[in-house]
Design a protein around this ligand. Structure first.
Ligand code: UGA
Length: 438
């Protein structure tokens, strides 16, 4: 049992805290927001993560998980201290380190001699050294231990990792952090701090490149008359390639892939290297969202002014309530800007919520969103959408056009119900002329 402090109870920090308590460690988790803290102390998770409520309740009941506001107190009791604060994208594409810097200055004087400080948040290459310099003590070590947690599946990913990466120029400190995970069955890679930091950016960038490749092949299929469902399924069956992250869609989003790919490109520029492949993946992603917009415009008859669009899904992917950098939300903004009347539905967004997109209403159900709509667009792959009844949707809508950007609907059932059905990567979805103008 190790005494651990976690600074920050966001989805990375709270997952780390609850899972380490579950593995038998004594965890103090410091959270700055009083509102979040009240919820946490009452055993209520402020984030939507599968399995986290149970771990939170177990941790509190066993006494192995304690929450508080005081970073310095967290630091005093810790043998190992995790920094899990946000590193949002700065104006120049680089990660904004101000939260990390503030957390470090709040704890550095209180750390006991021999404490290991861990960068868990995604931080630029060279950050372990920077944190070391900020702490300014030679009796404290800094280790990079990047997280590979998908939002919505973070608890599962923490407890069932493909690998654990621990990077430090102090091997003893790296081994101490690696031992925290001895209850898990996963290969542990001990690297330098710079390599561990790069592994995180390289992993997220590869995922982005792979998803952009899927969108590229889907667009190619639309133009040449092939079905990308079949093409990508077969491509993914090659074990050297693998089936995951080959699903075309409206573009990849969220709080990680967009920010980390841009940060990798910016760090490459700083180092005098053009990371052209990742730049291309970002460009394909921007174009993907414009392709979807062009398709909806064409389906609405070439002009969106006054057209009613039902937007099914708002979050950047299913099983999360996160709207940050969501392609669905970008689509909503562009549709509204073009004069469309957009009514959305998302299982994770309460009806009547005020969105950061002016003019887009949030309805209570798929069918309410679809009432009177000319076109319906599935933008997020919620499982609930696979259960939409085509006949009931047809009765609600004024028009009969459906665009499925996530391959969740049963095309045959919709065509049988009289819909004009389009899907990403299917020839019926070929680029309309008007996209060239966008
Ligand atoms: C991502 C990584 O998957 C995690 O390993 C990483 O730890 C995390 O970022 C992070 O840096 O913290 P996450 O942002 O939760 O996790 O989302 P993903 O599940 O990776 O999905 C990202 C985007 O790619 C979503 O918009 C999703 O819809 C899209 N996507 C995914 C596709 O368009 N096609 C696919 O086949 C897969």
């Amino acid at each position: 049992m190790t005494s651990v402090a976690v600074i920050g109870a966001g989805y990375v920090g709270l997952t780390t805290a609850t899972c380490l308590a579950h593995l038998g460690h004594q965890v103090y988790c410091a959270e700055a927001s009083a509102q979040r803290l009240d919820l946490l102390c009452a055993g209520i998770s402020p984030i939507r993560e599968l399995g986290i409520d149970e771990l939170l309740r177990d941790g509190l009941a066993s006494g192995r998980l304690v929450f508080g506001r005081d970073n310095a107190q967290a630091a005093r009791s810790a043998e190992i201290l995790f920094l899990c604060v946000p590193t949002p994208q700065g104006d120049d594409g680089h990660a904004d380190m101000s939260f990390v810097e503030a957390a470090v200055s709040a704890v550095s004087a209180s750390l006991a001699s021999g404490t290991v400080v861990v960068n868990k948040s995604t931080v630029p290459v060279g950050s372990a050294q920077r944190v070391m310099d900020l702490i300014g003590r030679d009796d404290v070590s800094v280790v990079s231990n990047p997280e590979f947690l998908r939002e919505g599946n973070a608890v599962y990913d923490f407890l069932n990792p493909d690998r654990i990466v621990v990077g430090s120029d102090d091997r003893w400190a790296a081994m101490r952090v690696a031992q925290l995970y001895s209850g898990l069955r996963a290969p542990v890679l001990i690297t330098t701090a710079r390599s561990a930091e790069t592994i995180k950016y390289a992993s997220n960038s590869f995922l982005a490149v792979k998803a952009s490749f899927a969108n590229t092949i889907a667009a190619f299929c639309e133009e040449v008359g092939a079905e990308s469902d079949d093409v990508l399924r077969a491509v993914g069956m090659d074990r050297r390639i693998g089936a995951q992250f080959l699903q075309p869609g409206p573009g990849w989003g969220g709080s990680c892939l967009p920010k980390d790919t841009k940060a990798l490109v910016a760090m490459g520029e700083d180092a005098g290297y053009d990371v052209a492949l990742v730049r291309a993946a970002i460009a394909v992603n921007d174009a993907q969202y414009r392709r979807v917009l062009a398709r909806v415009t064409a389906m609405a008859g070439g002009c969106l002014q006054g057209r009613k669009v039902a937007l099914l899904g708002l979050t950047f992917k299913a099983n999360t309530d996160d709207l940050r950098d969501s392609p669905a939300l970008m689509l909503a903004a562009s549709l509204c800007a073009a004069g469309a009347v957009v009514r959305a539905y998302d299982p994770a967004v309460a009806a009547g919520s005020v969105l950061p997109v002016g003019g887009c209403e949030v309805a209570r159900s798929v069918y309410e969103a679809a009432t009177g709509a000319d076109v319906a667009v599935v933008a997020t792959e919620w499982e609930e959408f696979s259960r939409i009844e085509p006949e009931r949707l047809a009765l609600a809508m004024a028009g009969s056009k459906v665009l499925d950007t996530r391959a969740v609907l049963d095309r045959g059932a919709f065509v049988a119900a009289g819909f004009r059905f389009a899907a990403i990567g299917s020839p019926g979805c070929a680029t309309p002329e008007l996209e060239l103008a966008l």
